[in-house]
Design a protein around this ligand. Structure first.
Ligand SMILES: [Zn+2]
Length: 1018
């Protein structure tokens, strides 16, 4: 057996051989026998194995025969006897095909058969090339390339290259190009002499094919294209005829870069504005330089020396090329082997998920597309992407669904795929001293199927990035690999393993995890995901990309897609594909009202558990209106967030009462006096819960107004301590006479059930309540004089406050608590809300609602306003913009009180095990578009639906018990794949694994980290 392997060890393929053991476990499923390697090494086996040994002998003989035929063929090839060489190869191939029957499904034998087969096909292709039998040559290569999944892990670069040569010779330049591009990618950036030779050959071939394609294209299009002006006219006419989509009408997707190029080329911006409004079309910005973008595209048809095509405007676009929008072998962005299995199946035209109109594509009605196609051609017939308008809208308007199958698969969730070995994953992790925080996170992460499958199939080896200074040189990935293998493919008698190597590796990346102290499970997970991502980052030389400044004038869908593209230029890994999503945060400057939007990637969502206080504060306010003279004061219930300012309170009160914000004065009332006129910048949290807050409608402060603070007293000599009831704040013109001032004050109190002599007198006092003897006869009482009040007062009274004392003979009717206030509906609402807060059950939905609610940043967290040039307490709104395939949700149970103290919130938050609908929290989704008016481009909202449903199921949950820093972590997890979620929840508690967990166990007030998987991968 060893000899068999050795005979091929000179082949490069050997080193890339797939891990056969893995292969068996993943493909056959349920196989419980130990790895077969030992059996063959320890021959001779006992009698029952005799047949196997016999088979092995036959296999060995046939293999030797085929090998020697191959050698013969090689020699004949060298001596240029191609026909004889071909005969030998054919014979060898025939024998090799027979070998299959003798492999007995043994992975090692299968592997040696395949290695030989691949090398024979390669050699035979070359000899067929020499013989000029190109069709045969292509078919020959197809026998391997059409079964790519079987040969996954083998180096097929030569086969791809030779098929390209065959196709080129057959005039299939387009197909040849795809093969050559495939070769280029498989070279990667390894620097080896032998590889460089192959790379050079491939590059030369690519250039040949490209030139030929270009010439062909020029020939095909010579003289067929109308002038720019008539193209403009024809297309705009065709678009206007179909600007209101009809049900059943066909629409065609068009690569947006191509569309931009065309718009520049024919100067489509020149069509008149009336026409533009009529068309349901996105016309790209004129300024943008399409040439630089085009250069990045591997499939670009143009060369920079294409000046001859210029028509006075931009460069002439080549053939329509939609390949970038499709999932195919030539599109590395989406060729991940298993992701496709989760994705909606759409046969030939399978679109890349989450395409954005105006960034990736534009959509045209049939006739307009047909016109463009007839003028420019199409790069490849199977890149035509057609979608029909369907009557799906609730308003009866037709819509075009980009992913029609995805919409349906909410119900079916039926996709192809492999099944895990049923007995695996049931292995505990030893506690290495306070490492339950790590073990619980690892157990959940190990149930994230895409990641685990990626390691178990050894795919990680080809991505491992040892040169990334942000990673651990692959050590973390290797340690994680070892652990995942032990968990899923280890000896079935092993009940627990030690994650020591992984712990050491993570400490390389994040030294804080080196010791034996307790850590936060969430922090650990975030570091682990980050570290794995860096170790597996497929981007070798990340470009520097400046973060774009986005404001409300941008199309947010496009801005979001651009930000994601920019992020992906630096970050591409399995971790990224699986766990990363995108936030949109909007900041509004309180001073200049500038709105700034930014997009950031995330690998988990941290949610606050809403507490009574964080739901906001309810402030009852008694409001004295200036106009409604006979109407009693009104009580309002103002609800603001806990860190709101008084200006926020004013804003709400203004909205509720209709009184302009600048006419509102809000006062803190203490012992029947105005204790303070509260400044706008005061924080609501500084208000005492028992304070009485009153609002007065007054004139804004100007030199020609006078403001009076009036306190009430029982008849007698007023002093500072004997005030009763509620004080009054009012304003009037400085020109009023003493009599008019008295009338004004009486008017303010006219809703009181007064008898004529209830009110005794109104005195002028100082701010301590002492009488000011400013009138005739040293009186402090305002006389019934027609002289201006101001004329009695010293000048300094004019611009500041005047203090007055109102004396009552009958205090039972004065302005106090006994008064019948009017209760505004907001007060009733607020009381209801308060009651609901006290006895509610929290749900995950409420936490998510709370997360996406606008919030004013606190002092420690200010935002820099680029317009005001300083840090401000902006109003910030977070939204989920792009959702990951595995969503990690973290509850902030450890509330940070101060540097010394963190408190744990034990509230129960109910979370769904199945069917968490995230669409409504995703701001970019068309479903959410209704909630966020104006955020989504109107055309897109009503016309193209590009959503993939965001329904999630829970597969893991890390629990925390006890106090912060001293508590204990464990985890619930269940297995899943493309078909379904298993129902057998298990409890992973360090080294112990327990079955028999019910669904009700999984949802508890210990839930700390939640792991959700998306039903249809995006
Ligand atoms: Zn500002």
């Amino acid at each position: 057996m060893k000899a068999l392997v050795k005979s091929n060890s000179n082949s490069r393929i050997e080193s890339n051989r797939i891990d056969c053991t893995t292969y068996r476990y993943l493909c056959i499923g349920g196989a419980t026998t130990a790895t077969p390697l030992q059996h063959h090494c320890n021959m001779p086996a006992p009698t029952p194995k005799m047949t196997a040994v016999t088979k092995l002998k036959i296999f060995s003989n046939l293999l030797t025969q085929a090998e020697s035929l191959k050698e013969k063929g090689n020699k004949l090839f060298s001596s240029k006897d191609y026909i004889a060489s071909h005969n030998n190869y054919s014979h060898a191939l025939h024998i090799t095909t027979q070998l299959n029957a003798h492999c007995d499904n043994d992975p090692l034998l299968l592997s040696s058969q395949r290695i030989l087969f691949v090398s024979l096909i390669g050699n035979n292709a070359l000899v067929l090339y020499k013989l000029g039998r190109y069709s045969e040559m292509q078919a020959n290569c197809n026998s391997i390339l059409s079964q790519a999944s079987i040969y996954d892990g083998y180096d097929l670069t030569k086969i791809w290259y030779r098929r390209a040569l065959a196709r080129e010779a057959l005039g299939q330049n387009e197909e040849a190009k795809i093969d050559l591009e495939h070769c280029m990618r498989s070279f990667g950036d390894k620097d080896e002499a032998r590889l460089n030779k192959g790379r050079n050959d491939t590059l030369l071939a690519l250039e040949r094919v490209n030139n030929r394609l270009k010439r062909q294209f020029e020939k095909d299009n010579a003289g067929t294209c109308p002038s720019s002006a008539s193209q403009r006219h024809i297309i705009s006419t065709l678009l206007s005829q179909a600007s209101v989509p009809r049900t059943g009408e066909a629409f065609y997707l068009l690569d947006f870069d191509w569309w931009r190029l065309w718009c520049n080329h024919v100067n489509f911006h020149a069509i008149d504005d009336d026409m533009k409004l009529k068309l349901n079309i996105i016309i790209p910005d004129k300024k943008e330089n399409a040439d630089t973008e085009e250069d990045d595209r591997s499939s670009s048809e143009e060369e920079s020396d294409d000046d001859s095509y210029c028509d006075g405007y931009g460069r002439r676009p080549g053939a329509i090329n939609n390949r970038r929008l499709l999932i195919s072998s030539s599109n590395p962005q989406a060729s991940d082997f298993f992701f496709q299995e989760w994705r909606p199946q759409q046969s030939a035209t399978m679109l890349i998920p989450q395409l954005v109109r105006g960034h990736h594509f534009e959509i045209l009605p049939r006739d307009a597309y047909a016109a463009l196609k007839s003028w420019y051609g199409e790069i490849c017939a199977n890149t035509t992407i057609c979608r029909r308008a369907m009557l799906m809208d609730k308003h009866g308007r037709p819509k075009v669904f980009l992913y029609p199958n995805a919409q349906r698969s909410i119900e079916s969730r039926n996709n192809m795929g492999v099944v895990y070995d049923q007995s695996s994953g049931r292995v505990g992790l030893n506690n290495l001293g306070n490492t339950c925080f790590m073990n619980s996170a690892l157990q959940c992460l190990s149930h994230a199927t895409p990641l685990t499958r990626y390691f178990l199939t050894s795919h990680y080896k080809k991505d491992i990035n040892v040169s990334n200074p942000l990673g651990t040189g692959g050590k973390l990935a290797a340690a994680y690999d070892t652990m995942v293998r032990s968990l899923w493919m280890g000896n079935s008698r092993q009940y627990n393993i030690s994650p020591r190597a992984l712990k050491r590796a993570i400490a390389l990346f994040a030294p804080r995890f080196a010791g034996t102290s307790q850590h936060d499970s969430q922090e650990f997970l975030a570091f682990l995901l980050d570290g794995l991502h860096e170790d597996l980052n497929r981007v070798r030389n990340p470009p520097y990309i400046e973060k774009a400044d986005v404001n409300h004038e941008h199309d947010l869908n496009v801005a979001g897609a651009e930000a994601w593209d920019a992020h992906c230029k630096r970050n591409q890994s399995i971790v990224h594909d699986t766990f990363y999503g995108q936030f949109k945060s909007t900041c509004i400057c309180p001073n200049c009202k500038q709105i700034s939007v930014s997009f950031d990637a995330f690998n988990h969502v941290s949610l606050e558990i809403p507490q009574l206080s964080s739901f906001g504060r309810i402030i009852p306010i008694i409001m004295f209106s200036a106009n409604s003279h006979s109407v009693p004061p009104t009580r309002y219930g103002i609800v603001v967030s806990k860190n709101a300012h008084l200006s926020d309170v004013k804003l709400q009160l203004s909205r509720l009462s209709g009184v302009p914000i600048e006419r509102l004065s809000i006062c803190d009332i203490y012992q029947s006096k105005i204790y303070e006129i509260i400044s706008d910048s005061k924080n609501v949290s500084d208000l005492n819960k028992d304070d009485t807050v009153m609002a007065y409608e007054i004139d804004p402060y100007t030199p020609s107004t006078m403001h009076v603070v009036a306190t009430q007293f029982k008849q007698g000599v007023p002093d500072d301590k004997s005030s009763i009831g509620y004080p009054l704040l009012t304003s009037f013109s400085i020109d009023l006479s003493c009599r008019q001032v008295k009338e004004h004050m009486m008017n303010r109190l006219s809703y009181l059930p007064l008898s004529n002599d209830s009110l005794v007198k109104i005195r002028i006092v100082d701010n301590n309540g002492a009488q000011l003897e400013v009138f005739e006869n040293s009186s402090s009482i305002i006389p019934n004089s027609d002289e201006k009040l101001a004329s009695f007062l010293k000048e300094d009274c004019a611009e500041s406050f005047l203090f007055a004392a109102i004396e009552w003979s009958d205090s039972s009717h004065m302005l106090n608590d006994n008064l019948e206030f009017i209760d505004h509906s907001s007060l009733v609402e607020a009381v209801k809300k308060h009651r609901a807060m006290l006895n509610r059950t929290l749900t995950l939905d409420q936490c998510l609602d709370n997360f996406t609610r606008p919030e004013r940043l606190d002092e420690d967290n200010k935002w820099y306003c680029t317009k005001c040039k300083y840090h401000v307490r902006a109003e910030k709104t977070m939204k989920l913009w792009r959702l990951p395939n595995v969503l990690v949700i973290h509850f902030k149970r450890f509330e940070f009180r101060n540097a010394m103290r963190r408190e744990k919130l034990d509230s129960l938050v109910e979370y769904p095990l199945e069917g968490l609908n995230m669409n409504k929290y995703c701001a970019s989704s068309s479903f959410a578009g209704h909630a966020e008016n104006g955020e989504v481009n109107a055309n897109q909202e009503t016309f193209v639906v590009n959503d993939i449903p965001a329904t999630y199921d829970l597969f893991g949950c890390v629990n925390h018990y006890g106090r912060m820093g001293f508590g204990h972590y464990n985890a619930y997890a269940r297995r899943w794949n493309e078909y379904h979620m298993e129902d057998d929840w298990r409890l992973f508690d360090d080294s112990s694994v327990r079955d028999g967990i019910t669904e009700t166990d999984v949802v508890s007030n210990s839930g700390y980290l939640l792991f959700y998987r998306r039903r249809v991968f995006a």
